[in-house]
Design a protein around this ligand. Sequence first.
Ligand code: PMP
Ligand code: GLN
Length: 378
Amino acid sequence: MTKFGTAIFTEMTLLAQEHEAINLGQGAPDTEGPAVIHEAAIEAIRRGKNQYAPDRGTLVLREAIAQHQRHHYGIELDPETQIQASAGATEALCASIMSLCEPGDEVIVLEPYFDVYPAIIELAQGKLVPLRLNAPDYEVDEAKLCAAVTERTKLILVNTPHNPTGHLMTRDELEAIARVAIEYDLTVITDEVYEHLTFDGREHTPIASLPGMFERTLTISSSGKTFSTTGWKIGWFSGPEHLVEAAGLVKQYLTFSNGHPFQYGIARGLTLPDAEFHAIRDRLRQQRDLLVPSLERAGFGIMAADAGYFVSVDVAPLGYTDSYEFCRELPAKAGVAAIPMIPFYTDASGAESLVRFAFCKRPEVMIEAGKRLEKAFG
Ligand code: PMP
Ligand code: GLN
């Protein structure tokens, strides 16, 4: 694992701290989610839910996940056999990839990718096969996806809404992936942690809701992004019993169980009325709309941010060819930190100048960051 070195999020956060810069690197919100979620967790602590949770997750949480999937997507799940709680989406990814990928198996991964994916595939002794999503629209190309499939392909790892690009997959893209998965009998793992954070009237479609896909899809999500509880590390996976059971087997020996009182808090969150989810995403959209015009005025090349926490930009118009170099200079130069996208590629050729900014910060922070960037580059 030494080749993976220090995570880029750690490196850039340390740099931000050193220069007291506004940290638009790591995707960590600076506002609190709905207070009822906190109250439910506090109440669970007071009620003595302080010992190990059941290894599958407390039934209250699994029932809330089932209700959430039914209400938002029309997906029916049995809380007893088709849902498993995990220590964030990260453990869900780890358990599912380690259980479903045998040494030498190939995993097709949308590139650029969240940094955890290649590290977990390495732990599973699998082989990451990148499927490049190209700026500015980052759409999945069905012909390229078909071309990436070999006899060793076992899994397609989907992530929508997508980190780091902010791309929300359309139904056409998801149908293309579904066609390939069905034709070549592949299993899909889908990371949907930003599922509620969609903008401008767009809605997230889980690939598991497409015809013929439930049986071959393991769906992963997490409470961290939706409810501003990244520090609670409550995630989950769901799908057909054979896949949940397989990944659950590995999960048992990673953490066994996790975050008992927090699970009650998140169960409360998942069953909140739609208006609460809409308020969360509308606030985030406002924050995006405070940052993006400043980035434009400062001269960055901007890609659309349909969903999630991030906007990707091109720093080439500012005279930089290397996003690493740009991000290492940025905190000292502008008092802002961002993330270079180079580490999210197997081979970043043609994408070396892409940078990710997070907009999950308070409006006044977005305005101040925008001002600083305009002053430094505009
Ligand atoms: N997947 C994606 C795409 C992410 O951006 C993140 C970061 N939150 C995770 C998974 C990890 O989620 P968690 O913090 O719940 O482990
Ligand atoms: N998912 C968050 C991001 O992409 C946090 C990642 C991390 O800190 N490991 O910024």
